[in-house]
Design a protein around this ligand. Structure first.
Ligand SMILES: NC(=O)c1ccc[n+]([C@@H]2O[C@H](COP(=O)([O-])OP(=O)(O)OC[C@H]3O[C@@H](n4cnc5c(N)ncnc54)[C@H](O)[C@@H]3O)[C@@H](O)[C@H]2O)c1
Length: 265
């Protein structure tokens, strides 16, 4: 592990599974005290226990990140217990959100916006108030390629992610003078739920480096952004997608397909 976060209090939202779980584990292994948040209490408890079993420090604090009352209660508990927060990773979000816009309704929109965007505001404001007072802290927000390139049938998710990117920039401006950095990650196609081998292979073929990403390939850049090696990075996003967003067409339909590439032995 390159970076150390000893004596640091790190909150990871949506850390009961997938990318968030991996981020929590990486901070735990780097010496941080990890606040493991998830809406599913049993998953949060499990991940906190895993970190402690690996000789790390962790506390499970379940809460619906999209509910301001619950987020405030979480912060009250963290501040009573530890007195501060050093790093916040806003990772929580609903991810199986597809619905065609013609068949959508306000409940669908509201639920996704609450979990995926309002959550970022609720957590960031409470963390920022603590960090600004001590003139130090880092907030890292999890975006998606959907912030700038649309997914089919996923308008609410994409709107939330676009909002996260705009909010990240605005927050970076408001908090910069207080020594607080705000930045984020744009993950590509990451195997966070255990894809079948067939799906992994099919998805991989559409990505320039020819494979989907692993959760640790998001966690390591998160630790970098949280570290002092990223001390001049604020208001921007690190794209971690194997080249996905940089391509106009996937290899299957490109005018210069991979089958034409030189063998180069
Ligand atoms: N996996 C990918 O390919 C990918 C790509 C781009 C962006 N992302 C983003 O990365 C983040 C993590 O994605 P993932 O693939 O690990 O998803 P996941 O569904 O595996 O895990 C998300 C976690 O967030 C929790 N969660 C959802 N709503 C919550 C709420 N309101 N309060 C607290 N916890 C809540 C879930 O219970 C779950 O444990 C998300 O923000 C997602 O949009 C993922």
């Amino acid at each position: 592990m390159t970076y150390r976060f000893d004596q640091k209090i790190v909150i990871v939202t949506g850390a009961g599974a997938g990318i968030g779980r991996s981020i929590a584990h990486h901070f735990g292994a780097a010496g941080a005290t990890v606040i493991v948040n998830d809406i599913h209490a049993e998953n949060a408890a499990l991940v906190a226990a895993e970190i402690c079993t690996a000789n790390g420090l962790a506390l499970a604090v379940p809460a619906d990140a999209g509910n301001s009352v619950q987020v405030n209660a979480l912060f009250d508990r963290v501040l009573e217990t530890y007195g501060t927060v050093d790093v916040l990773v806003n990772n929580a979000g609903l991810t199986n959100t597809e619905r065609h816009i013609l068949e959508s309704d306000a409940a669908w929109w509201d639920e996704i916006l609450a979990s995926n965007l309002h959550s970022v505001y609720y957590f960031s404001v409470r963390a920022a108030q603590v960090m600004a007072r001590k003139r130090r802290g880092v907030i890292i927000n999890m975006s998606s390629g959907g912030a700038t390139r649309a997914h089919r049938g996923n308008a609410a998710y994409d709107a939330a992610k676009g909002g996260i990117e705009a909010f990240t920039r605005a927050l970076a401006l408001d908090l910069g003078p207080y020594g607080v950095r705000v930045c984020g990650i744009v993950p590509g196609s990451i195997d966070s739920k255990g894809m079948s081998a067939d799906m992994k292979a099919a998805r991989g073929e559409t990505i320039p480096i020819l494979r989907v990403g692993e959760v640790s390939e998001i966690s390591r850049p998160v630790l970098f952004l949280a570290s002092d090696d990223a001390s001049y990075i604020s208001g921007s996003f690190l794209t971690v997608d194997g080249g996905l967003l940089s391509q106009q067409r996937s290899a299957q339909v490109d005018i210069f397909p991979i089958s034409k590439f030189p063998a180069w032995n």
